[in-house]
Design a protein around this ligand. Structure first.
Ligand code: NAD
Ligand code: DAU
Length: 335
């Protein structure tokens, strides 16, 4: 039996992973440890909240005593860390929380892993490699983060490496490309464009819209994390992506097509400062463990659009209060 602590489990990917883990491993217990920032949402876990193998603790990964209490109280042996500040545009406005949570919070979890002998898996990002003009990033490539968010995630990756080497912490890292799917907060481009289109609002496309991202389905990412958690080599990093990139303009057009909305909703807006034009991952190493993504981009997008169409109860209430304040600062005051 494994008792798994999931920091950030009330967010987008974390909540999908919790659901996946409970279904896949009938003897695992899962404890979500989440601060419930603007991005954390217990609605994401509503369908499993009565599961006897699930528990929730509201807590901050920067709070070492709270982390230790959770580890002791639930006899935790494994940590899979999703907790982070995750939105690049917010990190450009104000990086403070990113440095705290993504760097210092990771340090706190690593200290707990060292003290209690925990297996630690870290959910990292392809953004640590920076903009890749040609070819694809391999796990051994140098880190060249270009946004405060990416730099905070690179800081975490380097700390993990140091704890593996110095303290023999049993850690692994996955570096994932862009995820799409159910329960993604509508600040990220795909749910933002879907929900705006449903309301006949403009789709704000940055710059020339020719930037490339590898949009993968969230459950494919969850399977990869599961595989690395169970079969990955300690101390190793694994890229996770489909290996196929899509231009943002094509992604926006595809969403409008699926919803039967006009292309005139696309509105070009000033570019993100320091915008990484292209990410591309070499996923040979992960494929070596036997992983293949189940969804093409078209399938992932189709499922995602359908989920937002059918789950207005989930996203409609999020697009108010703090969200509108952020939206105004990010889109309306920048023109
Ligand atoms: P998200 O923003 O949807 O959720 C983050 C969660 O972390 C929220 O529940 C939030 O409340 C929680 N959290 C934030 N600060 C915390 C703190 N100090 N203590 C405890 N909990 C805290 O994020 P996501 O998109 O699900 O991303 C999850 C992880 O995957 C992140 O580490 C992110 O860097 C990484 N990642 C995301 C993507 C993507 O496309 N979304 C791709 C690759 C990697
Ligand atoms: O690559 C993995 C990363 O993907 C994760 O580590 C991050 O947590 C996650 O937020 C995501 O980062 P991106 O910056 O790639 O995602 P975002 O959804 O913000 O933007 C995707 C692309 O769409 C990017 O090229 C910027 C563009 N964009 C974004 C927004 C919000 C727009 O054109 N308009 C927008 O309004």
């Amino acid at each position: 039996m494994r008792n798994i602590l999931i920091p950030g489990g009330a967010g987008f990917i974390g909540s999908n992973f919790v659901r996946y883990l409970l279904a896949r491993y009938p003897d695992y217990r899962v404890v979500v440890f989440d601060k419930l920032t603007y991005a954390g949402n217990l609605d994401n876990l509503r369908d499993i909240e009565t599961n006897p193998r699930y528990a929730f603790i509201r807590g901050d990964i920067c709070d070492a005593p709270a982390v230790e209490r959770a580890v002791r109280a639930h006899a935790i042996d494994t940590v899979v860390n999703f907790a982070a500040e995750t939105h690049v545009d917010r990190s450009i406005m104000d990086a403070d929380a990113f440095i705290r949570t993504d760097v210092y919070g990771t340090y706190v979890l690593l200290e707990a892993a060292k003290k209690f002998g925990l297996r630690y898996h870290h959910v990292g990002t392809d953004e640590v490699y920076g903009w890749v003009a040609e070819g694809s990033s391999r796990e051994t490539d140098r880190l060249l983060p270009r946004s405060p968010y990416a730099a905070s995630k690179a800081g975490a990756d380097l700390l993990i490496h140091a704890y593996v080497v110095t303290h023999k912490v049993a850690a692994t890292i996955t570096r994932g490309a862009n995820n799409i799917g159910p329960y993604q907060y509508p600040e990220k481009v795909v749910p933002l464009f879907i929900t705006n289109a449903l309301d006949n609002l403009p789709l704000p496309l940055y710059g020339d819209g020719r930037q490339q991202r590898d949009y993968q389905f969230v459950l494919d990412h969850c399977e990869a994390i599961d595989l690395v958690l169970h079969r990955g080599s300690i101390g190793q990093v694994y890229n996770v992506g489909t290996g196929q990139e899509t231009c943002n303009i094509d992604m926006a057009r595809a969403i409008l097509r699926l919803l039967g909305k006009p292309e005139s909703l696309i509105q070009y807006v000033p570019d993100r400062p320091g915008h990484d034009r292209r990410y591309s991952l070499d996923v040979t190493k992960l494929r070596g463990l036997g992983w293949e993504p189940e969804h093409t981009f078209a399938e992932a997008l189709e499922k995602t659009v359908r989920w937002y169409v059918e789950n207005e109860w989930w996203w409609r209430k999020l697009k108010s209060g703090e969200y509108l304040e952020y939206y105004r600062k990010q889109y309306l005051e920048r023109r």
